[in-house]
Design a binder for this molecule. Structure first.
Ligand SMILES: Nc1ncnc2c1ncn2[C@@H]1O[C@H](COP(=O)(O)OP(=O)(O)O)[C@@H](O)[C@H]1O
Ligand SMILES: [Mg+2]
Length: 217
């Protein structure tokens, strides 16, 4: 399965969630490759930081911030159980290529009543990708949720109606993610029992349950 974290907004958690999903599946013994499709290369930096700290590799990270990504990804996917693409901000050509490469697009959004969850442009790119790949699945993932009550209130009326649909698992505002980013670690390596670690495991499990990329019986 190829999963792309995509949203044209920066700072919504694409890189954080891409690294943590890749790490969770790798820890379960799956063969995982992360494609860094952001020209700024944060995921690559993270893996280099990790190597400098002498930590185990967990999964490979390759830099592929070019719009031939969708042609190169299948080759990478052949030798992997999961490929996770850390998507680019605000570059339409790269975004198109990342969407065309994916079986599942995850759109991290910070829930806010003042904010459309995805820009009209992002949704248009998704519709466009589905012309070529009608089976392309997409889900919103609510990240940096301040409290469950805020989400519950806000989503009561709106969650069910969303297209793309919203994953049931939400990820809270957790300081440990920032510590992880700075030290080449993952949240569960800093604190296995942290809410952040639990949320990521639940998120990976919910994605697994979607059974995307399998041939229907
Ligand atoms: N759930 C979260 N809780 C706290 N900080 C977060 C969370 N998700 C992301 N961050 C922090 O927000 C910043 C931007 O996140 P990042 O994953 O780099 O976003 P993007 O890749 O979409 O630009 C980083 O400093 C990251 O550590
Ligand atoms: Mg990023």
């Amino acid at each position: 399965m190829i999963i792309a974290l995509a949203n044209q907004k920066g700072g919504v958690g694409k890189t954080t969630l891409a690294l943590h999903l890749a790490g969770t599946w790798a820890r379960q013994g799956k063969r995982v490759t992360l494609i860094d499709a952001d020209p700024q290369g944060w995921a690559l930096d993270w893996s280099q930081q990790r190597a400098r700290e002498g930590l185990s590799r967990l999964f490979g990270v390759v830099g592929l911030a070019r719009d031939t990504l969708h042609r190169e990804a299948p080759e990478i996917a052949r030798d992997a159980d999961h490929v996770v693409i850390d998507g680019p901000p605000r570059i339409a050509g790269l975004m198109r290529s990342a969407l065309l490469a994916a079986d599942l697009v995850l759109l991290p959004v910070q829930p806010s009543p003042l904010d459309g969850w995805a820009s009209a442009e992002m949704l248009a790119l998704l519709r466009e990708a589905r012309i070529y790949r009608p089976q392309l699945a997409a889900r919103f993932i609510l990240n940096r949720c301040a409290t469950r009550t805020v989400i519950a209130r806000e989503t009561a009326e709106t969650l069910a109606d969303h297209e793309p649909p919203v994953l049931a698992t939400t990820v809270g505002q957790r300081v440990v993610f920032a510590d992880a980013a700075q030290t080449g670690r993952l949240a569960f390596e800093i604190d296995e029992a942290s809410p952040a670690a639990r949320e990521i495991v639940a998120l990976a499990a919910e994605i697994d349950r979607l059974r995307i990329g399998r041939i229907a019986a």
